[in-house]
Design a binder for this molecule. Structure first.
Ligand code: IMP
Ligand code: MG
Length: 176
């Protein structure tokens, strides 16, 4: 599949993603059974993952979206551009950040820092995908779907220059 100038090949099929999403939801249902957490999906990338995950979450919960951006093309700019508005009060709440992918971990670290300063009772993160830099830096993500190396991926909410978010399977960039 060609997207702009890059070639992508199928990587993780929708059925495998569905299975993993259910397993992550089961873990959350177990760990938060006596709590009413607030899920904070990070837009845009996590919209599809958050939607599927939250359909399997059975504990009472609130959901509020935040938006950030640190990517340009296929690499991180190293700077977090925006963090647009959670409307719920987060003070004394159990927060679960929902991410599509953690790469350098910069986005997540910034958000966790901000949430702690707002007085959240606990802050954890669930991500569908985690890349090698985040593992090496030991970025604090409790719930991880799939561990990747450094491949650039697209589909299931993830984009390349805004394109490809709509695919239900995950693709990765083909070697040149
Ligand atoms: P980090 O701040 O470097 O951890 O980057 C996190 C954000 O970069 C993710 O939430 C994605 O939106 C984006 N990103 C990182 N890797 C990829 C990728 O392989 N494909 C598409 N987007 C990515
Ligand atoms: Mg993202």
């Amino acid at each position: 599949m060609k997207v702009q100038d890059l070639e992508f090949k199928k990587f993780i099929p929708a059925a495998a993603i569905t299975e993993k999403v259910k397993a992550l939801a089961n873990q959350l249902n177990h760990d938060y059974k006596d709590k009413t957490p607030i899920f904070l999906p990070i837009l845009n990338g996590s919209f599809m993952f958050a939607s599927d995950l939250l359909k399997e979450v059975k504990v009472p919960c609130r959901i509020s979206f935040v938006k950030t951006s640190s990517y340009s093309g296929t690499s991180s700019t190293g700077q977090l551009k925006t963090l647009i508005g959670h409307d719920e009060s987060l003070f004394n709440q159990h927060i679960i950040i929902v991410e599509d992918i953690v790469d350098t971990g910069l986005t997540l670290e910034k958000i966790i820092e901000e949430l702690r300063s707002l007085g959240a009772k606990s802050v954890e993160a669930v991500t569908l995908l985690r890349k090698k830099p985040a593992r090496e830096k030991k970025v604090d993500v409790k719930y991880v779907g799939f561990d990747l190396n450094d491949e650039f991926v697209l589909g299931y909410g993830l984009d390349y220059d805004g394109l490809g978010r709509n695919h239900k399977d995950l693709y990765k960039q083909a070697e040149k």
